[in-house]
Design a protein around this ligand. Structure first.
Ligand code: BGC
Ligand code: CA
Length: 463
């Protein structure tokens, strides 16, 4: 390609040169013309110069155009070649990448096979010798070639077939004077192995095969079988053709047997058993710590329950003590606000007037309070210390028999007088606190319209 390009370039240059030659002629003419103003006047000579200069300029112009064309042509060709080379480069890169990929795949495959191979053991039966992928057996007695072959076949083998120099050397070292699986019995002088293949080259002794023929009892007896005579002979020149009915030892050959090695598997099994054992131990340890943790959790649960009970008991005791403290210390606390008393954290107004339940309640509300709600025995005992019967903030006006405090809460702790509430003559819906009763049995229901004194209760300190 490059050569052709060079040639092309050369031919182009030659053309250019040709043109150049023409031009040099033009120049020569030009200079010849301009060099002649020897005869005639100066004006004539100048006119001649102008006339002879025009064709030269035209020629120069043409030359330039031609050169331009050549350069353009070369540049186009160069670009095309560049593109071709680029394409080829791309193709080669792609090919290289594909090859790299298949190389990688093959490497992986090879590694896999090698791993498999490491688990395969090539074996020969007991009493056989291994060489490469074959097993060899040397007979213990001597017999004819046919008998030897029969014996080999009985061993799922055949008489040895030698296919390489290495095998020849190996087999020669196994015994001396033995049959090999080579014969020309089918066709005289055409030596064939017992598997029907032809030997590529033999390892004959010098002078062999010599095709000596016996004449015996009116028939020709040929030497159709091959005996290896290794003793004292060069192992690469020790084949000798002999009569097949001679007696020799023989060597059988068969393929090796491939067995998957169980050694690795066994080792793996052993290590797995150990792992299982240690996992079992670990599991036992874990189970035992789970048991311990469960016990601990149960103990903690039980002591938590005990502590909760203890706490509740203590809370109860504390509340009782608080209430006792309140009733002991604060009962006597008086205010200078007329009619008000303090008990615990609350303030109580004891009226001197008497009004209906609703009006009494109205009075309490105007004082920023409401009729008293009695929630505890202590509070009940505090109201008992008053000097008159009073309305308390309890009624069943909304629904007969459903007693409610003025804040809407239901009645839980009660201090009714025995036999009350009886809704006497079906007209009693408001509760009154009777002083002349047993301390914890003071409530009675009365008609709400009765005029009774009252007690207000407030959480706010009265002004
Ligand atoms: C009854 C009360 C009743 C009252 C009315 C008493 O004799 O025992 O239950 O509320 O009379 O005045
Ligand atoms: Ca009553």
């Amino acid at each position: 390609m490059e050569t052709r390009k060079d040639e092309d370039s050369e031919s182009i240059y030659m053309n250019v040169d040709d043109n150049g030659a023409n031009h040099s002629e033009v120049y020569e003419n030009f200079f010849a013309d301009t060099a002649t103003p020897k005869a005639g006047s100066q004006a004539v000579s100048e006119g001649k110069q102008v006339r002879s200069g025009r064709p030269a300029a035209v020629c120069l112009g043409l030359l330039c155009v031609l050169l331009l064309a050549v350069i353009m042509g070369l540049s186009t060709k160069h670009n095309a070649e560049k593109e071709q080379l680029w394409n080829r480069f791309n193709n080669v890169t792609m090919e290289r990448d594909q090859l790299q990929a298949s190389f990688d795949n093959l490497t992986i495959e090879r590694d896999g096979l090698q791993r498999q191979l490491s688990n395969i053991e090539i074996l020969c039966p007991h009493g056989w010798r291994r060489f490469k992928s074959s097993c060899y057996y040397v007979s213990h007695n001597i017999n004819t070639w046919d008998h030897g072959r029969q014996d080999c076949r009985g061993k799922e083998a055949d008489l040895v077939i030698i296919t390489s120099r290495e095998e020849q050397t190996f087999v020669s070292g196994l015994a001396s004077n033995f049959w090999i699986g080579l014969t020309d019995r089918d066709r005289l002088r055409q030596w064939k192995w017992v598997d029907g293949t032809l030997p590529i080259s033999g390892y004959w002794m010098r002078g062999e095969p010599n095709y000596y023929t016996y004449w015996n009892s009116g028939t020709f007896i040929h030497e159709n079988c091959v005996q290896v005579a290794s003793n004292g002979y060069d192992p690469l020149f020790n084949w000798k053709k002999v009569r097949c009915d001679r007696l020799h030892t023989w060597i059988c050959e068969k393929m090796t047997r491939c067995v998957i090695k169980y050694i690795n598997v066994k080792e793996e099994k052993k290590s797995l058993s150990q792992t299982v054992l240690s996992l079992k131990v670990e599991r036992e340890t874990l189970l035992s710590s789970i048991r311990n943790l469960t016990e601990e959790r149960d103990q903690l649960k039980s002591s938590y329950q005990n502590l909760t009970k203890e706490r509740d008991q203590m809370n109860k005791t504390m509340n009782e003590l608080k209430d006792k403290l309140m009733s002991a210390d604060n009962v006597t606390e008086m205010f200078n606000v007329e009619g008000w008393k303090k008990f615990g954290s609350r303030y109580y107004y004891f009226s001197t007037e008497e009004k209906s339940w609703n009006k009494s309640r109205q009075d309490c509300i105007e004082r920023g309070a409401d009729l008293v709600i009695i929630n505890s025995r202590e509070e009940q005992e505090f109201i008992k210390k008053g000097s008159r019967d009073v309305w308390i903030g309890l009624s069943d006006e909304e629904r007969e028999g459903e007693w409610k405090w003025v804040d809407g809460s239901a009645l839980t702790t009660t201090f009714w007088k025995s036999g009350e509430p009886n809704d006497f003559q079906r007209g009693e819906d408001c509760a009154v606190f009777l002083l002349c009763s047993l301390p914890l049995r003071t409530w009675n229901d009365l008609p709400c319209t009765h005029s009774v004194a009252w007690v207000c209760e407030s959480t706010k300190r009265p002004a």
